[in-house]
Design a binder for this molecule. Structure first.
Ligand code: FES
Ligand SMILES: [Fe+2]
Length: 429
């Protein structure tokens, strides 16, 4: 069956994103047709974060999530291979797995009882004899995500049948990610479960902020900073030394640079062997992206190294996102240090964390008023740090100032490129 082209009419978004001049038309946050095109051309072909490897230990361990709006099951098969399947029964389309996570031998649809094994094969059909001879169960297995790969414990998948390899798609961003993921040989593990909450804002508002925005910290988080420091708020953005990494693939990371950089949670700070970290990762990384930064891996995976917070901004229509957040820690951390990191992350960037609240409020605020006809026609400014990107000699790739929209411009340039490029599934149309 082929889908008629009228159902997938594409909009040329060139006039909506001026990444070079730093201007954005906010219709990209509100328009339903643009949103559908994002699902087809941004989410479907990109590598998307699925889960952490520590969520799978024995065959049949599974975790259900989304790729764009497509529900998927991630599971460890009998050969201990991580696989991902569309979580939709081939019969009438119900989910074949309705649990968030668990362990199973098969996935049985609760509608009419079709059952699928860990390899996605259809292995059980009630009333099988009533189907015609032409009915071949081999043709009705779960749809499999064609490529699943892992980078230092982070599992990504893509629907693209012929993608650039994950490592290549991460590009120069991997060096910055390693500052969180590669403190020692043992890598990272997950503590606790996954926090999930809904925000009334477009997913890009969160993704771009984590890529590019240190600018909001003093203003948006003034009350949280006061609570932590006990000092009155600064009425001006104080210049801080730092850099912002600008990746041509749309990824971005920002971090203050300080030779005494440190983890905020005291127990974690005291446990860290900074000399060993310098030895392994180099002084530049320990003084910058190892701790107090923010980052986005295009399109919708973000993290905060000092918190060990990793999160996905799941799109749920143009006006809504679901935030799914994990806390990860070094596997080598003893229980009391893991617990200190978990609690620190909860207090600051958990669903009711003192910083998280401020960010969510901003995104909802921008979204709520963006539907007005006049409002929608007024361009947004992404011009801070225009022209400042350069090779700085210390941080690899192109970097800009800490306070800059450079990674945001790059994020939207990548978004524009994908939105204007037919994806593999359009080739026969
Ligand atoms: S929808 Fe799954 S068995 Fe009918
Ligand atoms: Fe923030």
């Amino acid at each position: 069956m082929r889908r008629p082209a009228e159902l997938t009419r594409n909009i040329d978004v060139s006039g909506l994103v001026d990444a070079e001049g730093g201007l954005l038309d906010r219709v990209i946050f509100t328009d339903r047709q643009i949103y559908q095109q994002e699902l087809r051309r941004v989410f479907a072909p990109s590598w998307l974060f699925l889960a952490h490897a520590d969520q799978f230990h024995k065959p049949g361990d599974f975790f259900t999530t989304y790729m764009g709006e497509d529900p998927v099951i991630v599971t460890l098969d009998r050969n201990r291979r991580i696989r991902a399947f569309l979580n939709s029964c081939r019969h009438r389309g119900a989910r074949v797995c309705r649990a968030d996570h668990g362990t199973t031998r098969s996935f049985t649809c609760t509608y009419h009882g079709w059952a699928f094994d860990l390899e996605g094969k259809l292995v059980g059909v009630p009333n099988r004899d009533s189907y015609p001879d032409s009915f071949d169960t081999r043709e009705w297995g779960l749809v499999e995500v064609p490529h699943v790969d892992e980078y230092r414990g982070l599992i990504f998948g893509t629907w693209n049948p012929d993608p650039v390899p994950l490592r290549e798609a991460l590009g120069g961003m991997a060096w910055y990610m390693d500052a969180m993921l590669d403190h020692d040989e043992e890598g990272t593990v997950v503590v606790g479960g996954v926090h999930k909450w809904v925000l009334e804002g477009n997913w890009k508002l969160a993704a771009e902020q984590f890529a590019t925005d240190w600018y909001h910290v003093n203003m948006s988080h003034a009350s949280a900073l006061m609570t932590l420091s006990g000092k009155p708020p600064k009425d001006e953005i104080v210049h801080r030394t730092g850099r912002q990494y600008v990746d041509p693939g749309g990824h971005g990371a920002g971090f203050p640079v300080h030779p005494k950089n440190r983890f905020d949670a005291r127990t974690v700070h005291e446990w860290m062997d900074y000399d060993a970290l310098r030895e392994r990762l180099g002084g530049a990384r320990v003084e910058g992206p190892l701790t107090n930064g923010h980052a986005t891996v295009f399109p919708n995976f973000s993290y905060l190294p000092v918190n060990g917070s990793i999160r996905v901004w799941h799109p749920k229509g143009p006006d809504r996102m679901e935030v799914w957040a994990w806390t990860i820690v070094d596997k080598s951390m003893p229980p009391e240090v893991r617990e200190a990191q978990r609690l620190y992350n909860l207090r600051t960037f958990g669903p009711s964390g003192i910083f998280e609240q401020d960010d969510g409020e901003n995104w909802s605020e921008v979204q709520a008023i963006s539907h007005g006809f006049i409002t929608n026609g007024v361009a947004l400014n992404y011009q801070m740090g225009l022209g400042t990107e350069r090779e700085d000699g210390r941080y690899p790739g192109r970097t800009s100032e800490l306070y800059s929209d450079a990674a945001g411009r790059s994020f939207y340039a990548r978004w524009r490129e994908l939105m204007n490029t037919p994806a593999w599934h359009e080739e026969d149309q």
